[in-house]
Design a protein around this ligand. Structure first.
Ligand SMILES: [Zn+2]
Length: 556
């Protein structure tokens, strides 16, 4: 089978909105997607072809794992408190009943099997499900997106861990077939049992995921929760605590200049209010506080920084710039690096004053020393001490361990136990995006063969010349019959435009049917990924042989 471009809907564009990311612009220009509203995209026929090829690969790998396909409704009622999150889309129907659209079908999958899983004999179970996810996150290009999920239900940890490993291997095969490498990284996830999940991230120059990655031991985690090692103590020896006058000096830089200390000897004090009251939080002057780490460590997602000067004054008795841990009446938590400072500069809790020579544990009580620092490039890895690198990436998949909402089964010994569950999700739009980011050049997309929407574009230079069309159609039929997807460019456009568009949409092979080569009895070919050129006798069997040869060659 082949498709005639003149009867296909494949509008290419010279320009795309500047505010979109480079890969999104390319997807818009190459006629894969169109933006309907901010955060809402539709897939054009070419985009659908690419998605279908990716879906086919995913389905094959899921079948290989033995996952059984199910279908689930997108809507779920909010009434039973079944995990509607604030980031989900909330809807109300005409009768006032509330529903949600979420980023996962997990709760529906649990409801689906809930009444039918009773015994250890029913487990394990593995399902896969195609659908749409919804997200209300700022910075996410698509609020509604194509999603391929799998759900596992298990009687014990061992069987869940085994499926986790198999699923990761399946994802790695999917990505390899899409021409992508990846890393796994721990990322925060509220839906998970332990507050985090394993993300499959494709590293790219441009990406909205920041991953701290250790080149030595391979440890990788979302920047906001990556373990960071001790930077070692700053210079100095223990001294007696002393209150000194620091008129108008409110910043770390100001103290460095005024007192002649290094930023690492200064301690910054923040106040946070959460569900268990107010706490003080300390980090070194040359470090930044990572709020996600603080919220996770204290188990309180409601923690918010006190930023009202009156509130701070009421709690500490001093304005911002002079807050400190000495004599502070609220529980204090500190970053690990604060423990090692022999003589620290801290706020005096009195306007115009700081303490020098302060020592944690001696001059002020600390409830606990935690890892609260925001990771920077070059910080020591929390596992091995080697320098961490910060890389950007695109998160394409996520694996997490979750509870099965009270689902139980009776085990071999007759005891009733909770069902364990795993959720595995692959965001197809992110995968497509990562492919475009990874496989493109200045002229357009350079599709890996296995997921190319079209394998071959046949550019007919003069579609008004019957001989050229006749030859092109014969070649297209032969190539199509051999299993290749062929786009016959019979549009009334200039050769230049046809070459430009063929490169933009990125088919691995372009065939050119033109007067000069036909006179020699030949058809010219060009391979997209390396520009390799060839000429084949204008006979279907010769062209077929030649095109397959071009496609099968090892891609550097
Ligand atoms: Zn390491």
């Amino acid at each position: 089978m082949f498709v005639r471009w003149s009867r296909y809907f494949l509008p290419t564009r010279k320009d795309a909105p500047a505010e979109a990311s480079p890969r999104l612009r390319l997807m818009l220009r190459a006629g894969l997607i169109r933006r309907l509203e901010p955060g809402l995209y539709g897939f054009l026929p070419l985009g659908c072809r690419a998605l279908e090829k990716i879906e086919r690969i995913v389905r094959e790998e899921m079948t290989e794992l033995g996952a059984l396909e199910i279908r689930l409704p997108r809507l779920r009622p909010a009434a039973r408190g079944n995990g509607l999150a604030s980031k989900d889309l909330h809807l109300t129907d005409g009768k006032g009943r509330r529903f949600g659209l979420g980023s996962s079908h997990a709760s529906a999958a649990i409801s689906l099997i809930g009444g039918d899983v009773n015994s250890w004999r029913d487990l394990p179970l593995l399902f896969c499900c195609e659908g749409s996810g919804y997200r209300d996150t700022v910075g996410s290009w698509a609020r509604e997106f194509p999603l391929y999920e799998a759900f596992g239900f298990f009687a014990d940890q061992g069987s869940r861990e085994e499926t986790h490993r198999y699923m990761l291997r399946a994802y790695s095969r999917v990505l390899a077939r899409c021409g992508l490498g990846f890393r796994t990284a721990e990322v925060p996830n509220e839906a998970s049992e332990d507050g985090s999940s394993l993300a499959v991230v494709v590293f790219e120059e441009e990406g909205d995921e920041e991953i701290a990655w250790c080149t030595s031991c391979g440890y990788a985690a979302s920047r906001c929760l990556a373990d960071v090692g001790s930077p070692g103590p700053p210079p100095g020896t223990e001294k007696a605590l002393e209150l000194v006058e620091t008129p108008g000096v409110r910043t770390v830089e100001g103290l460095v200049e005024f007192l002649g200390v290094s930023p690492a000897q200064v301690v910054k004090t923040f106040l946070y209010v959460g569900k268990r009251g107010t706490v003080g939080v300390l980090v070194r002057g040359d470090h930044e506080l990572e709020e996600e780490k603080l919220r996770r460590a204290l188990g309180d997602r409601s923690l918010r920084r006190v930023d009202d000067p009156d509130e701070a004054q009421a709690i500490a008795g001093a304005p911002f710039g002079f807050l400190g841990p000495v004599g502070l009446s609220v529980p204090i938590w500190a970053d690990k690096a604060v423990r090692d400072i022999p003589a620290a500069v801290v706020g005096g809790n009195r306007e115009g004053y700081h303490y020098v020579g302060a020592k944690a544990g001696r001059d002020f009580r600390v409830e606990g020393f935690l890892d609260l620092r925001r990771v920077r490039e070059g910080d020591p890895c929390g596992r091995c001490g080697a320098p961490l690198r910060i890389r950007k990436g695109i998160r394409v998949a996520e694996l997490l361990r979750m509870g099965a909402a009270g689902l139980t089964f009776s085990d071999r010994d007759g005891r009733v136990k909770p069902v364990l569950a795993g959720q595995y999700s692959l965001e197809l739009h992110r995968l497509l995006e990562a492919v475009v980011e990874k496989h493109h050049d200045d002229f357009g997309i350079v599709w890996p063969v296995e997921i190319a929407p079209f394998h071959v574009v046949i550019a007919v230079l003069r579609p008004d010349v019957p001989e050229q069309i006749r030859v092109a159609e014969r070649m297209a039929s032969a190539l199509g019959a051999s299993g290749l997807d062929v786009l016959l460019d019979d549009r009334d456009r200039s050769p230049g435009e046809k070459f430009h568009d063929a490169k933009l949409i990125g088919a691995p092979v372009m065939l050119v049917v033109g007067h000069r080569a036909l006179k020699r009895g030949e058809i010219e070919a060009e391979r997209r990924w390396d520009g390799a050129r060839a000429s084949f006798p204008a006979e279907p069997t010769e062209v077929l042989h030649g095109v397959w040869g071009l496609l099968r060659a090892e891609r550097g």
